[in-house]
Write a protein of this length. Structure first.
Lengths: 323, 329, 320
């Protein structure tokens, strides 16, 4: 019938004919377009709501984001400063809050370290991803849209970055530029943008083939107009789904850099917690409460972003839908 | 001798939006050496019937009624016997030979596979016979070593025909075999199918939405609408003297060059085929029917006698309100 | 197979390799390498030592001269001497190659084979218990940082169960066959870590591929012909689904190398990853440069191999 099972359950998207409440008044073209976009957004959300995978991911993410935002209220910042903490070092978990997950080598409560670390881990992940998407989209759209020599040049440029093993490049850059938070974010973006660029370019090429772009050109529309009004809105869904998956990779990248000792020594992230545990002999001494929870947090958050990304992919990319 | 017999066939798909009745009580018979043309717009259920004969529909589809192929009750067959029946009892020439062939396997091997699976030949012999089959459909035997992408649309369709004949089936079901081809190639393929049917005495069910094609190929025609047969009879008669308004509109939509009927009158049928989840009351065609009257939305017509060997499900047919004996609507 | 096809791909590979060379060169020259900053990070060399080294390594000559010399040397296989040990870089690398090849090679093989098998089975029986479990498991392992996974495995299998040694390549106590067993024992956990890290991704990719192919019309044709279910899978679905998956597996090799670095670090596995890590800490530029080049070249090689393999397996691409 043309409707996927999910759409059949939710109901097919209807096109709004006029402004609610005033069906007679003529609407400007812009108003109609925005009305349609809002409607599409609401419709896609209702599709998303029915996707179990996506909802679980969203719920878990919301919990972590809430914790990260509320961290200053929950955590006593003095307690997580090595010099000022009052806890007993290397204690196993006990029933007293906040020592549910024990303490680290300074006596800081692991539970609070985790909550505080959420801020950096999530921030680095998200900001690095924004950088990746912006870089990747600009290069990808430019290459796909302009074609010809610009495409060949940009393609070659993208290919070099794809070929260089990201971690080697990342390690070199961090080691030389210094391990500050900003540099780490930059480095992750620099090593990840190429994958996005390739995807965006492919999608741009597909959209470019569509007739309305040709018609737009025939009407005398300029490049900027065509890119922003025609190409971008149609490439955006693919970019968006890919973005969510990229956040997962960014968080994992930050963790790996931290584990190698290249994290920002002045900030607490889940990766640096694990690194400190490792370097304090947690493995041989068996301080499992210090080592395991931060990893579980990483897995949960990464998993959630991935699940949301897959759900978005299913909704925005019809080919993947279940028949 | 009846090769295929469908009795009160009802097929319902299960979707997340609810059950979708695709076929709502169909009775059909195909005799030996006979070509039955099955026509209708998309979504009327004709392809579903094709899939049902060999039980190729999704597991969630509910099939009720009776399907007898060569006297065997298809719906009661165990998996092993079913697989044996597939292709040897009846075979299908699929539509869209675009993607109906495995792109990474040579076409000869794909034809041979059917014979090998049914133990009709060993590898070497199967290959030779595949070559013979290709020659029969007008392709050089050496093309058994070609990959699908090396063939044109028309050539791929010929391969599909050759493949369908590989196991000497009792019945060949052609499901829109010429729809994806352009007109000239279409004519060539049709001519081929006609001559093969004649020479080999094949029993066929030819499914398409293009009535003019069917008229050339079929002995009898059955027109489907909203999951039911609404007219049937000898092909020429049904096409040139339709009793049901839908058939009239359908045949007008596919004009034959030289037929005076089409010269002056505008053709085409407005509206869309009904949504199977929302079939109109009474006669399902009444919303689009130019000849509808007051009784149509309330009385669902059965298949009434409409002449020698002809039946039509329309209240306007002679002998209105007296259902034909043995007819099930 | 079309010679034109191979030639095109080879040319592109060489082109990319050249630019990697250039990038490599400029990266290490443009980065801060003045004596002051090096001195600040490495306490082993005095200012004079550093100045001497810079002269010896020709780092004070004008850039274009250095580049030409660099390219020439690279093609002769001369990567210079390590800043730290003074031995030729090629020797340093040579000593560490085998452990990494062993680890990465075995892990990639296992991850690919089992990932593909799991993906096929999951897709074929979509929605089954196996599918749901394996999909979830794949997602979980895909979401794990490899380094942390390695640590957890050590915690469990070394700290708690005591089945395996904590790290290193060999205890050096055995010889002959006993040595092989010894190495195997040391290899088991790092190999398991790296395998688990990538098996999830490959399984997911293969599963998607098979699901897409399963819905293709030629699969329906095969069933209609009476072909058994497992033969439909084996002869029709899998060959078509395998192509894009294998390509993706090869293209992801760059990530496997990255994973190798962190895993070697955690397990003190004396391979190239460990060498890289040490070279970073010591700012041993010649070694870093060579590794950079080597790993990029490897990735290019694998991508090229993937393209050729695809051309070999897919008849549509073969004809040049």
């Amino acid at each position: 019938m043309g409707l996927t099972p999910l759409e059949a359950q939710v109901g097919p998207p209807e096109q709004p004919e006029g402004t609610p409440g005033d069906p007679q008044a003529p609407r400007s073209a812009r108003a109609i377009v925005w009305g349609r976009r809002r409607h599409a957004l609401a419709y896609n959300w209702s599709l998303y709501r029915h996707n179990t995978q996506g909802m679980i991911g969203l719920v878990i993410l919301s919990v972590f984001i809430a914790l990260a935002l509320l961290a200053p209220l929950i955590v006593d910042q003095a307690e997580i400063t090595p010099a000022d903490t009052t806890g007993v070092p290397l204690q196993a978990p006990s029933a007293d809050y906040p020592y549910w997950l024990g303490t680290d080598n300074f006596g800081r409560p692991v539970l609070w370290l985790l909550i505080w670390g959420a801020r950096i881990s999530l921030t680095v992940g998200l900001v690095a991803t924004v950088g990746t998407m912006v870089l990747g989209s600009i290069v990808g759209i430019a290459a796909g849209y302009f074609g010809g020599r610009i495409d060949t040049a940009l393609n070659a440029f993208t290919n070099w970055f794809l070929v260089i093993p990201w971690l080697v490049l990342a390690i070199v850059l961090v080691a030389i530029l210094g391990p500050s938070l900003g540099i780490i974010i930059l480095v992750i973006a620099l090593t990840s943008w190429a994958g996005t660029a390739r995807l965006v370019r492919a999608q741009t090429l597909t959209v470019k083939e569509r007739l309305y772009v040709e018609r737009g050109k025939a009407l005398g529309a300029g490049n900027w107009h065509l890119i922003t009004r025609h190409i971008l809105p149609n490439v955006f869904p693919v970019i968006f789904a890919n973005t969510v998956l990229t956040v997962s990779l960014a968080i994992l990248s930050e963790t790996t850099l931290a584990l190698l000792g290249l994290g920002d020594p002045n900030s607490v992230s889940w990766g640096t917690i694990i690194e400190e545990a490792f370097n304090s002999g947690a493995l041989t001494a068996g301080y499992w409460w210090w080592l395991i929870p931060p990893g579980i947090c990483i897995v949960l958050v990464t998993l959630s972003f991935t699940m949301c990304g897959y759900a978005l992919d299913e909704i925005l990319n019809p080919k993947l839908r279940e028949r | 001798m009846t090769v295929l017999s469908l009795r009160d066939l009802r097929i319902t798909y299960s979707t997340q939006g609810g059950p979708v009745p695709a076929v709502r009580g169909v009775n059909l018979e195909v005799g030996t050496g006979e070509v039955l043309g099955l026509a209708g717009e998309s979504g009327c259920g004709k392809s579903t019937i094709a899939g049902a004969v060999l039980r190729l529909l999704p597991k969630s589809a509910k099939i009720e009624g009776e399907i007898l192929l060569d006297g065997q009750d298809v719906l009661a067959l165990k998996p092993g016997k079913l697989r044996a029946l597939r292709w040897a009892g009846a075979s299908i020439v699929f539509q869209g030979a675009m993607h109906s062939l495995n792109p990474v396997q040579r076409v000869g091997d794909q034809i041979a596979e059917a014979m090998i699976v049914h133990r009709q030949a060993q590898e070497k012999e199967a290959r030779t016979r595949a070559g013979d089959l290709l020659q029969m459909v007008g392709l050089p035997a050496r093309r058994i070593d070609d990959y699908p992408h090396e063939l044109s649309g028309g050539q791929k369709q010929r391969v599909m025909i050759a493949m369908a004949l590989a196991c000497n089936p009792s019945l060949v079901i052609a499901d829109e075999p010429t729809t994806a081809l352009d007109v000239i190639v279409q004519a060539q393929v049709l001519r081929l199918m006609k001559s093969l049917q004649r020479d080999l005495g094949l029993s066929m069910v030819f499914i398409t939405h293009d009535l003019s094609v069917l008229v050339e190929v079929s002995d009898r025609l059955a027109i489907m609408y909203a999951g039911k047969i609404i007219e049937e009879g000898p092909a020429e008669q049904v096409f040139h003297d339709p009793k049901h308004p839908y058939t009239e509109a359908l045949s007008a939509a596919f004009p034959e060059i030289g037929d005076a009927r089409f010269r002056h009158r505008p053709s085409g049928l407005g509206g869309d085929p009904p949504d199977p989840m929302n079939i109109p009351s009474g006669c399902p065609f009444h919303p689009r029917c130019p000849k509808a009257f007051d009784d149509c939305p309330t009385h669902e017509p059965a298949l009434y006698e409409a002449g020698e060997g002809r039946r039509a499900a329309c209240l306007l047919v002679e002998g209105v309100r007296a259902p034909a004996t043995g007819g099930a609507g | 197979m079309g010679g034109a096809y191979i030639a095109r791909k080879l040319l592109a590979a060489l082109f990319t390799l050249f630019f990697v060379l250039a990038f490599n060169f400029f990266l290490f020259r443009v980065m801060p390498s003045d004596p002051v900053s090096i001195n600040a990070r490495s306490e082993r060399l005095t200012r004079q030592d550093i100045q001497e080294q810079l002269e010896n390594f020709g780092l004070l000559d004008p850039l274009p001269t250095q580049f030409v010399r660099f390219v020439g040397n690279t093609f002769q296989g001369d990567f210079g001497l390590s800043f730290v040990t003074g031995t030729p870089v090629t020797a340093e690398i040579g000593a560490r190659v085998w452990p990494t090849v062993l680890l990465v090679g075995l892990s990639t093989l296992l991850a690919t084979v089992f990932g593909v098998l799991i993906g096929i089975k999951g897709a074929w029986k979509r929605g089954s218990a196996f599918d749901t479990t394996s999909l979830f498991g794949s997602l979980v392992f895909y979401s794990m940082p490899e380094g942390w996974l390695g640590m957890i495995l050590i915690l469990i299998f070394v700290g708690w169960l005591g089945w395996f040694p904590a790290g290193g390549y060999t205890s050096g106590l055995e010889s002959g066959f006993g040595n092989i067993v010894d190495v195997a024992k040391h290899l088991f956990l790092p190999c398991l870590t790296l395998t688990l890290g990538y098996i999830g991704e490959y399984a997911i990719v293969m599963r998607s591929s098979v699901l897409e192919v399963k819905n293709e019309e030629f699969v329906a044709t095969a069933r209609a012909k009476g072909v058994r279910d497992k033969d439909v899978r084996r002869h029709h679905a899998v060959p078509n689904a395998l192509l894009p998956t294998l390509t993706l597996v090869f293209y992801s090799f760059g990530f496997v190398l990255g994973g190798a670095i962190i895993v070697e670090y955690v397990f003190s596995w004396p391979g190239l990853g460990a060498l890289t890590y040490n070279a970073i800490n010591d700012l041993d530029y010649p070694v870093l440069q060579a590794i950079f080049l080597l790993s990029s070249a490897l990735v290019i090689l694998f991508n090229l191999f993937a393209d050729i393999l695809y051309g070999y397996l897919d008849p549509r691409v073969r004809e040049g």
